[in-house]
Design a protein around this ligand. Structure first.
Ligand SMILES: Nc1ncnc2c1ncn2[C@@H]1O[C@H](COP(=O)(O)OP(=O)(O)OP(=O)(O)O)[C@@H](O)[C@H]1O
Length: 516
């Protein structure tokens, strides 16, 4: 990596107090957070085992640990002593110290089995329980727990009561129980020595925090007088369906005592036009922290939306595009992104078919399942799964109104949440529920768009599933208009954008740059 910019350096060198960093996509937030840890160990002489850094996924925690392990200024022993892990795992450890009889945690399979059994008792097993229904119920359950609410639908109340009873009967907990138990412990003034030993708490991806997690962070901060460093991007908050809300990032600046809010605005990842169109889209989100977004790269980049007849034609073109790219520029990476797993699986099957029949005779290239290991040049991901990743070329599938811009919840769920939301203090005299969901969807497309380094190509089928469809209105918001396909021209433009990205200059001035 190059030199730190002035805004990055200022955050790394902040005095040891609470800090709230609002970071744009590609602004190096994880790099800054890890460098901050090194800094407090070296300058503030904080023992590594008194620092806790939490993230929301195991993958992100592993990424952070690897980054720190390869840092030249940290010894192997220091890295090993740092406490790094997921929110749930660390809270579980803290609770285990005071409650050694803590119930065994349900794994995902067991959790689904408990919920399926609760559902079967309410609706009758004869109706057949789909995996999808169980997943939706678990999501709904977690969403409500995360917001401290109960469902209004009697049916859901019964299902969730039976699920809770089953857990109690078998003396088992799920992940939500850990957080609730810890929040209650803090509320009731129970001593948690795990937190007493800490001197610094860092939380990455703070926009993914839900209400219970926020109560915990705030409670730990107040009770143990712990300075907290949080970093996140409210514009990348895409787990609203699980109860996460960008509001907590906004709230952190005022609730954490003496907290300073700092911005990371320079995007190191994407070329100019990609940043420009992504920003046009995100400006339509109703409630967000106002911040500039600037591309460091001087390369123009390519953003092209293409009209196609239907999903078969789309798959055929995507295959050709991938094959030509891999042939001409094998070192470049490609991300193929779709809104839902179902769309991705369908596209994947069509792509395999198209690859087998392609003139290039390179069908085997695509024969990797849609979740290949990280090293492969072509990856297939949902918009959600693309978070935190980057590729040279990003291809967005099915940019149509029925799939992007429409909330992906079933009617019953939506009505249950709507009623709950309208009663919630968070949402009082605020934007309505439909707007909230539309903003979630906008942020999701924004995340997908900002994964591209040099080229962003979107496909807009005119027919989908045999029906005429409209393009997503979000493209107009992003100031993008699909054009008829000229494949040869598209490929030339993609190759040009890749070359210009390689020869790009950084647009931050010498004054803005500081040597590490
Ligand atoms: N000062 C810098 N000079 C050069 N490159 C940088 C600098 N800071 C960050 N980068 C690069 O910018 C890219 C984006 O960084 P990173 O993935 O940490 O961003 P992020 O803020 O976590 O992004 P996102 O939130 O979009 O996932 C990386 O390739 C990283 O190496």
């Amino acid at each position: 990596m190059g030199d730190w910019t002035a805004e990055q350096q200022a955050i790394i060198e902040e005095p040891l107090c609470s800090t709230v960093v609002i970071a744009a996509p590609g602004s190096g937030k994880t790099s800054v957070l890890t460098e901050r840890i090194v800094h407090v160990v070296r300058r503030d002489k904080i023992a590594p085992n008194r620092i806790l850094a939490v993230t929301f996924t195991r993958q992100a925690a592993e990424h952070m640990r690897r980054k720190l392990a390869s840092h030249p200024a940290l010894s192997f022993r220091s890295t090993e002593s740092l406490r790094i892990g997921t929110f749930h795992a660390q809270i579980f450890r803290a609770m285990l110290e005071v409650r050694p009889d803590i119930p065994v945690l349900l794994n995902t399979r067991e959790q689904s089995a408990y919920m399926a059994s609760a559902l079967a008792r309410v609706v009758g097993a004869a109706e057949g329980i789909s995996r999808w229904a169980v997943t939706e119920l678990l999501t709904e359950y977690s969403w409500l727990v995360g917001r401290g609410q109960v469902p209004l639908s009697r049916k859901l109340q019964r299902i969730f009561r039976i699920y809770a009873r089953l857990k109690k009967k078998h003396n088992r907990w799920d992940y939500d129980d850990i957080l609730l138990a810890a929040a209650n412990a803090i509320d009731q003034g129970t001593r948690l020595p795990f937190f007493e030993r800490l001197q610094y708490l860092l939380v990455d991806e703070f926009q993914d925090t839900n209400a219970v997690q926020w109560v915990l962070v705030e409670g730990i901060h107040q009770r143990y007088h712990l300075p907290v460093f949080v970093v996140g991007d409210d514009d990348q908050s895409v787990y609203g369906f699980r109860g996460a809300s960008p509001d907590f990032l906004q709230r952190a600046s005022t609730s954490l005592q003496g907290a300073r809010q700092m911005l990371l605005t320079r995007n190191f990842r994407s070329d100019q036009s990609i940043v420009h169109h992504a920003e046009q889209l995100i400006l339509h989100v109703r409630r967000r922290i106002d911040k500039p977004l600037r591309a460091v790269s001087s390369a123009p980049g390519l953003v092209r939306m293409v009209e196609v007849e239907d999903e078969q034609k789309e798959a055929h073109l995507v295959t050709l595009l991938i094959l030509q790219l891999l042939e001409a520029r094998p070192a470049k990476t490609i991300g193929v992104l779709a809104r839902t797993r179902r769309q991705l699986t369908q596209a994947w099957s069509l792509l395999q078919l198209a690859a087998q029949t392609s003139d290039h005779n390179q069908g085997a290239m695509l024969d990797r399942g849609h979740r290949p290991p990280g090293a492969l040049p072509v990856q297939f991901r949902t918009f959600h799964d693309s978070k935190g990743k980057e590729w040279d070329v990003v291809i967005l599938l099915d940019l149509i109104a029925t799939s992007i811009g429409r909330p992906h919840t079933n009617v019953q769920e939506t009505s249950s949440r709507k009623t709950n939301c309208s009663r919630s203090a968070d949402f009082a005299n605020d934007v309505n529920f439909a707007d909230e969901l539309a903003d979630d969807e906008r942020r999701l497309l924004y995340v997908a768009m900002t994964r591209a380094r040099s080229a962003l190509i979107g496909f807009v089928p005119a027919r989908f599933g045999g029906r005429r469809v409209r393009m997503t209105p979000f493209l107009t918001e992003a100031q993008l208009e699909p054009t008829p396909l000229n494949f040869a021209r598209l490929m030339t433009d993609v190759f040009d954008s890749l070359s210009m990205h390689e020869n790009r200059e950084s647009r931050f001035s010498v004054d803005d740059t500081l040597k590490t």
